[in-house]
Design a protein around this ligand. Sequence first.
Ligand code: SF4
Length: 413
Amino acid sequence: MARLDTRQKLAILADAAKYDASCASSGTQKRDSSGGKGIGSTEGMGICHAYAPDGRCISLLKILLTNSCIFDCHYCINRKSSNVRRARFTPEEVVQLTLNFYRRNYIEGLFLSSGIIRSSNYTMEQLVEVARTLREVHDFRGYIHLKTIPDADEELVRQAGLYADRVSINVELPTERGLKELAPEKDEKRIEGAMTDMKSAIDDLKDARRKFKSAPKFAPAGQSTQMIVGADGADDGAIIMRASGLYDRFKLRRVYYSAFSPIPDASAVLPLSRPPLMREHRLYQSDWLMRFYGYTPSEVVAASDDGMLPLDIDPKLAWALKFRDRFPVDVNRAPREMLLRVPGLGTKAVKSILGARRFRQLRLDDIRRLTVSLKKLQPFIVAADWRPVALTDRADLRTLVKPRREQLELFAA
Ligand code: SF4
């Protein structure tokens, strides 16, 4: 490997990390350096983000320790057979970069992943060393997200959880078949085994802290994972069911969906073009329906056409159009769970409706103030002065309510 200075390494290793979408920093504990103690804080919306040219949100200091790798996953730009320029940081270099960037207010935390060098354990040791030095030597109180290496020793993964706010292990692909085809050196059982160990460690330390205040904190922002969408043949239905299973079994904080990006010198087994970015967006919306709107995974899948969520309308609207017999919903009487099914009503709007209707009958104008699109919502509700009459059953209802120009309306829902 040619000798590179820090700036050159940073250019290579930050670029190599941009394919990982799981960089959000929500849900961690509150820490700060007030009173002159330590450095950094986890306040505000977490680590800084930038936007990649394709519109994806990426964090500012999101780097790999190295983009060299002994594995050869077909979809990965850093795979062994790729001829990209390689670079490698020492743990101390990452520590210094993080501190320098932090002091200059460029970042609020570190997202660190790595290709596998020498062995899984060796790589994991290096990742843990970065987090340990930041926390123990520099009293760093900013956010740390470590990607863990599934094959590494349980003890190393446990140490990662002691220093990091969030740990994540990528399941990579929605199906075991996809994983075998595209990441032949990875194994679903080993990945899930590591996630099970992490879940047990998080649960154990939570229990311990309930009994003893002095017990150490362990990955307070939980564990997450990422799935690549569109690299194998898995449809949205398979992805939704897989995500739901992962939430249930491993109590994940988040599943991230990353639309496959074609890479230079791609392997012949990969598709030539990327899936529409809107597909990734629809999967995030379906994920929210399961986590915050009370939909079961099978209900979300029922909103799809032959396993694929429609791209022109959001999954909540698609479900309402398919199950029109459940509508209209009376905003003055319906229970919360039915109000949450109304297209155009988000969780906050439903809360406002439930609060306001205790004092008076709600009219259409009251609802208008709670939604970005009354047109989308009108066919699905009854209010004190509004009934949709035959509107709900019109054959052309989809055309009437679908957004004219598609917008990324993340949970106007
Ligand atoms: S192990 Fe990770 S870095 Fe290595 S080729 Fe596979 S996805 Fe890429």
